[in-house]
Each structure stands twice: as structure tokens, then as C-alpha cells.
Design a protein around this ligand. Sequence first.
Ligand code: SF4
Length: 365
Amino acid sequence: TFVWRKNVERNIDKLKRQLAVLLSQVDDAIAQDNAIKTESIEITPAIICEITSRLKEELSKEAPQAKEAKKALREKKKQIKEIEKKAVSLADYEQKKETLGKRNSFSKTDPDATFMRMKEDAMNNGQTKPGYNLQIGTENQFILNYALFPNPTDTLTYIPFMCSFAARYGHLASTEVADSGYGSEENYRFMEENGIEAYVKYNMFHKEQRMHYAPSPFHQDSFFYNAEQDYYVCPMGQHMERIGTKLDKTANGYQTESVRYRAQNCEGCPLRGSCFKAKGNRVIEVNHRLKEYKRKASERLTSEDGIKHRGRRCIEPEAVFGQMKADYGYKRFRHFGKDKVEMDFAFFAIAFNLKKMCRKLKKAV
Ligand code: SF4
């Protein structure tokens, strides 16, 4: 039931090329004017429709008597039919492209669902299935907020999820705990700018906390940095001077900036084999802003409050997901379409919270 972006785009290109050839092949007598025009215009189903109706109009004026001329007319009509057929296919693919939006795939059964890898992988082959990325926010194991996303990566869901929280409650959460999947520069910035007390890990946090963790001396994070004069010192003691900046954009459109530093001369360095493999002198790219956010996050996460919050994280959303899937068998949505799936989960969340509340009240009595 899947539709993949790559296939759709490839087929659109192919059909446009075929249509351009077919249009140029249509008999000069009826289509010379149009053929000239089609060279410079963008081929769309609407334009093809307009051209074919004009061609048909021209053809209807022809009434050949000779056998040869009749045969030629039949041939022209056949060509126009072919063009119309391809225009229908083109319209179909254009429609699919529109349905895709920013996604790379969708399911024909549920066009709002995107193909993604599931945790449940019975075949053990990383097979993708149509689904939604469900994000939940919990407190004391009550579901406070939820949202469905088409992108499988959690990083991009953080800001819209927090905005949906603000829309629901009229304010942002004051304290947040999340795992390393959410620790990106863009997200850290959002937390800082909105005064959120965030306990959000980054990808290397766990490794860094290991007792015997010793970063490679050749990793750029191990290099000495002179902030005043803005240069790094490599393991051989060479200064790595700033040579420029590199701008990148995340899938969300957020612009990141990394500064590039280059070693002066790596030729003949005895450490080169362990240091890097590329040609020339070693260049490192450092995102200072992200580094600072990570430093602050690490400081907060290892503080007394941070340790307490981190300890609770595994019994907050994970416990809710566990109860949801294992206890209540809620492993699949029972509807198609984002709106209906949202309604599906809303009912589940209400029932879940009520049940939890009843149990708590019972315990309290
Ligand atoms: S290879 Fe270049 S960057 Fe690496 S230690 Fe040697 S001089 Fe320094």
C-alpha cells in the first residue's frame, strides 16, 4: 500500500519527458504553434488538457477523403489519446506528491500514515510499516498531552509538541525531562528562550557518565581550546587556527553554525595514522553554541535535582507506554486518518487517566 517520494518524483520526471516528446511529435500541421510553446512552458496536467483540446478542435476541422490522409488522421488521434493518458498519470502522481508534503512516504490505505520502522519487528528485518509517531507528556503517570507526528525522529517533534502543550494549558511546562532523542541545538535554544527548566540529555551523555569513560585523545572534544584567542591545540601541540564558518540547516529549517579550524601542517606527523584519514591538514568543525548548551545540560543533569528527575523519567512515560501496550493491549490505532487516530488516542488517554485516578483514590481511602 506504500507510495514513496523517490518513485513519485522519478515518475513525474519521466512522464514530463515523455509528454514533451509526444507533443513535439504531433503533426506539424495541427500543432506547430503549440509545439513551439510547449518547449518553454512547464508541463502540467492542466496545460496538457488545454493543448489536447486545442489539438482535437483542429483535428475536428479536418475531413480527409484520401485513404492515406484518413490513416494520418487516425494516427494523430491516437497520439492525442496517448498524451491524454499520460496526462492522467501525471495528475495522479502530482496528487500523490501533494499528499506526501514533506514526508518520504505514505500509505494508500491511510494517506496520513507514514512508513517507519516499528519497535515491534516480528520478521527481524527492519521492515517499515505505516504509522504515526506518538508523543506523550506525562506527570505522575497521567497523560497530560499527546500529539501525532509523521516524522519518525523525535528531535523534530519537540517544539511542536511543546507548542501543543501550551495551546492545551495556556502556558509551557516549567520543568521538563526528556531523553537524548530531544537534545538538539534547536530544542535547547527553545528551552532556554522560554525559561524552561529542562533536564534533557544529549547523545553522548550516558557514555560520559560511565566511570571508566575516557574520550579518545584525537577526538576534537579532547583538544584544548583557547577561547580568548579562538584556536584549538591538537595532540601534537599544533595550533589549529580558525579558517571560516559552515552554515547548515536542519530538516526543520533551523540554521546551525559551525566554526572550522585547521591544523597548520600534518605532513610527517607521527600521530597522523591515529588522528585522521583524509588528505591534507586536519580540519575540525565545532558548533560552539551547541557545545555550550550541552555543557549546561550536563551540569543540570548531574545536579541533585537532575539525578532525581532522571530517576523518575524511566517510570514516567516509559511506564505509561508499558501499561498501554502490555496491560491494555493498545498496540495499534483502530482508525484511519490523523483526525480519527487523534480521537482514538484521546479516548484511550481519558480512560487511562480515569482508571489511574480511581486506583489512586482507592489507595488513599
Ligand atoms: S595529524 Fe595534524 S592534527 Fe593530528 S596530531 Fe598530527 S599535527 Fe596534530
